[in-house]
Write a protein that binds this ligand. Structure first.
Ligand SMILES: *Cc1c(COP(=O)(O)O)cnc(C)c1O
Length: 228
């Protein structure tokens, strides 16, 4: 199928998942994950009406940004080294993958240089998978309170990349956990922290994520095809 057809089918599935749990589809934004795919494919999706794209590698993102610039909205969703933050400065609207204070401090410093505030999500490692990025949920409140002190940052929500299961139903408890953690943290009323966004769900499990409250779904291969 073509990119426009894939996008249309995904929007229909988003609509159905929303109806099942009486959510407004306008509250679920589709992040089209274009990592490893050429700018021509992003342009094809853009012409089909998709305006928000997610990238995972700073260098690759910059190449595509130079080709497409701000005709589209960019989110950064991949593992991020502090020394790469300067390449994203002012160019991405949301960084999903902040999992440690040192990284948050560098984002704060870089955005401060251009007199702007960076929107970020805190990424959690819910599966306790040592190989995966993400803060431990036991550290979440402390990390939130520390990050909240940074003047050029705003925490918008939480992100998770749970373990892969063939059956999407098995991922549901992880999505639910992320939603519960966000609710708990909202109750802490930490100044400068607004946890309205939940970034969760990928190509094979985004419907379950929507049922559990996702506001940002990150879908790559179902739009652009498998990555090599
Ligand atoms: C690649 C990637 C996705 C998209 O995965 P698909 O299975 O292709 O939809 C989502 N989130 C993150 C963090 C990714 O790195």
């Amino acid at each position: 199928m073509s990119i426009p057809e894939n996008l249309q089918q995904i929007q229909e599935r988003v609509g159905k998942a929303c109806r099942r749990v009486r959510r407004d589809p306008a509250d679920v934004r589709l992040v089209a994950v274009s990592k490893t795919k050429p700018a021509t494919m992003i342009e094809a999706a853009r012409q089909a009406g998709q305006t928000l794209f997610g990238e995972s590698y700073a260098q690759e993102f910059n190449n595509k940004f130079n080709q497409l610039s701000d005709r589209v909205e960019w989110h950064f969703i991949g593992a991020l080294q502090s020394n790469k933050v300067k390449y994203l400065r002012g160019k991405v609207q949301l960084i999903h993958s902040v999992d440690r204070l040192s990284l948050a401090k560098e984002i704060d410093r870089q955005w401060g240089r251009i007199g702007r505030v960076a929107d970020i999500l805190l990424q959690l490692n819910l599966g306790d998978e040592t190989s995966k990025a993400g803060a431990d949920e036991k550290e979440l409140e402390t990390l939130l309170r520390q990050v909240a002190e940074l003047p050029n940052l705003k925490v918008r929500g939480l992100m998770a990349l749970p373990p892969y299961f063939e059956d999407p139903e098995q991922v549901r408890p992880y999505f639910r956990r992320l939603r519960e953690l966000a609710a708990q943290m909202r109750n802490c009323n930490i100044p400068n922290v607004a946890l309205q966004e939940l970034s969760m769900g990928m190509s094979h499990d985004f419907e379950v994520a929507i049922e559990e409250g996702a506001t940002l779904i990150r879908v790559g291969s179902a739009i652009f095809g498998e990555r090599c």
